[in-house]
Design a binder for this molecule. Structure first.
Ligand SMILES: *Cc1c(COP(=O)(O)O)cnc(C)c1O
Length: 403
């Protein structure tokens, strides 16, 4: 296969994008046309090492043969019938998600945001069941839960955009990992504490065990639900199938998406026993969700990542990656767990500029904040890929580090 596509090239694509796409994204000047494992190729045939994986979506690498096989077989047999009927991959995926985590029931969605919408509905209805008239959901200030109005209300930094108001009421936020403030905020009206166990979009900040324990205890005291948004942290990213497994707490509900479908859009809201039967017929639904192709893809992904050998590999390689990065010129600290890594840069080093330079050098990462690079490589890379990435980051930072 030629690496050079016969298409309209970067210039042509940019011209169409400029004219016809809404201006919601600032894109990097590259037009990717092919991917394989940890590698990507652009329209000019240039090769890249992908340490972002479409924001932790292609966690098993690009175009994994098992995912392709599952999708191809399913698309040839049946693509869609709606949730008015039974389909086998949906039921099997629900079983595997439940049995690998909280043991209750699953609602499927098409994205992370939608998985969180389901969790928010569960939380509010569960609270009404306790006699709470005005249920409230508590999150951390720099949490990210999505961009629809429910998920947005639980994403304080974006909900502050008054041009999009009014926002959904019934949400409040406390400073990240502030156990005392969290305890203070949780009361009789609290429906749920909805948090990311490791904040991803705001720059890779693990929540302290102390704050997680405070959240668990505070929820238990009032009968509120503890909801973990594992959309970015789940599916093996941190070196356990779910991030909560490496914390001292177990949530009542978790949400998954991103890596779940290996590139196919699918989300899931997974409950434990307390929240399993809250939603009833008529409470929620989705036309596309749990379709046979997306669920078949997710089953193939789970077969790869729900494997103790792979998960140990993720923990070991994550430690190796951080070892390589810590102490580099320009690196202040590394944060995260497994292969979810935030690289805090020295003052004066602009992460966006480093990200653009790394793209030139053939390494794909992103800058979730001005002082941080985020690395979300495929879980199936080996130490050679890590060495290559660390080498490129080291070289790049030499050009940026303040002297
Ligand atoms: C990406 C993300 C979401 C939103 O998922 P979409 O699929 O973009 O809707 C929600 N929560 C977290 C933690 C995420 O990382």
């Amino acid at each position: 296969m030629s690496d050079v596509a016969e298409g309209i090239g970067l210039g042509g694509t940019q011209a169409l994008d400029e004219r016809y796409l809404m201006r919601t994204y600032k894109r990097a000047p590259v037009d990717f046309v092919r991917g394989e494992g940890p590698l990507l190729w652009d329209a000019e045939g240039k090769r890249y090492l992908d340490f972002l994986t479409g924001i932790s979506v292609c966690s098993v690498g690009h175009c994994h043969p098992d995912v392709i096989k599952a999708v191809r077989e399913q698309t040839q047999r049946l693509m869609h019938v709606s949730n008015l009927f039974y389909t086998e991959p949906m039921a099997q995926l629900a079983e595997q998600l439940s049995e690998s985590s909280l043991g209750g029931r699953v609602f499927f969605a098409n994205s992370g945001t939608e998985a969180n919408e389901c969790a928010i509905k569960i939380a509010r209805k569960h609270a009404h069941g306790r006699g709470v008239a005005n249920p409230e959901i508590v999150s951390f200030e720099s949490d990210f839960h999505g961009r629809s109005y429910g998920a947005l209300a639980a994403t304080p930094a974006l909900a502050a955009n008054e041009a999009l108001g009014p926002m959904l009421p019934g949400f409040r936020a406390v400073p990240r990992s502030d156990a005392a403030a969290l305890r203070e905020a949780v009361g009789e009206n609290t429906a749920a504490v909805l948090i990311e166990p490791i904040q991803g979009e705001s720059g890779v900040f693990p929540i302290t065990d102390e704050a997680l324990l405070a959240a668990r205890e505070a929820c238990d005291e009032v009968g509120a639900l503890l909801i973990f948004d594992e959309i970015q942290t789940g599916m093996g990213r941190t070196g356990s199938l779910w991030a909560y497994e490496q914390t001292p707490v177990r949530p009542d509900v978790l949400t998954s998406a991103k890596g779940l479908g290996g590139g196919f859009p699918i989300g899931a809201c997974v409950t434990g026993p307390v929240a399993a039967d809250v939603l009833e017929p008529g409470d929620h639904g989705s036309t596309f969700a749990a379709g046979p192709v997306a669920t078949a893809a997710a089953l193939a992904v789970l077969a790869i990542v729900d494997d103790p050998v792979l998960l140990r590999h993720v923990r070991e390689l994550g430690a190796y990656l951080c070892e390589g990065l810590d102490g580099l010129e320009g690196v202040r600290e590394t944060r995260g767990r497994g292969l979810m890594v935030g690289v805090g840069l020295e003052e004066g080093v602009d992460a966006a500029a480093v990200t653009a330079d790394l793209l030139e050098r053939g390494l794909v990462v992103n800058a979730p904040r001005p002082d941080t690079l985020r690395l979300l490589p495929p879980l199936v890379i080996d130490s050679d890929h890590v060495d290559l990435a660390v080498g490129l980051i080291s070289e790049s930072l030499l050009g940026f580090a303040p002297r």
